[in-house]
Design a protein around this ligand. Structure first.
Ligand SMILES: [Zn+2]
Length: 174
């Protein structure tokens, strides 16, 4: 029932406690998790369970990764499931409706063509998402979460999104 890939991702479950304070005695995080997103450039949606009984559901992560692919290049890469956990927490924190994704994975070629994108962007590693939560101020999201996420938080005032990644711990204003 549990295959190798699930075990591979299993280590991520422990680290999720960094993302969310413990609320129960065992893992401190709901063992059943879902996200509902739309990738704005294609209008494609992912609205599904991606974690059940504390184990990531590999086909769901694959589908989420495809939805958040480099649409310019038509290529995808496995998105780190911690990012899905982050989106799950954002649902909890702000609303229970659809969250917009502006950027997920980018090929190095696409990334190099984007104005203002860092050369060593975590998007190239599929470790970053640019997120817009409808009716929530993006700068406030960055402020709320930069002390909460063990990774990168980028605030882009006036541009309507917040960048999150699981690279080194840092925050910036773009
Ligand atoms: Zn970004």
């Amino acid at each position: 029932m549990i295959d190798r890939r699930v075990l591979l991702f299993g280590t991520a479950a422990a680290a999720v406690e960094v993302l969310a304070p413990a609320t129960s005695a065992d893992t401190g995080f709901p063992s059943r998790r879902w996200v509902k997103i739309v990738f704005v450039h294609t209008g494609e949606r992912f609205n599904n369970l991606y974690c059940a009984d504390g184990a990531y559901i590999i086909p769901a992560i694959q589908q989420f990764s495809w939805t958040c692919r480099d649409f310019r290049a038509g290529q995808w890469k496995w998105i780190h499931p911690w990012l899905m956990d982050l989106v799950f927490v954002l649902h909890w924190e702000y609303n229970k409706d659809e969250i917009k994704i502006l950027s997920g994975y980018r090929t190095p070629q696409t990334n190099a063509q984007l104005e203002g994108a860092a050369l060593n962007s975590q998007h190239v590693r599929a470790m970053a998402l640019d997120i817009h939560i409808p009716d929530v101020d993006s700068d406030a999201v960055a402020r709320d979460f930069k002390t909460f996420i063990y990774g990168g938080t980028g605030m882009y005032p006036g541009r309507g999104f917040t960048h999150f990644d699981f690279g080194p711990l840092r925050s910036w204003v773009g």
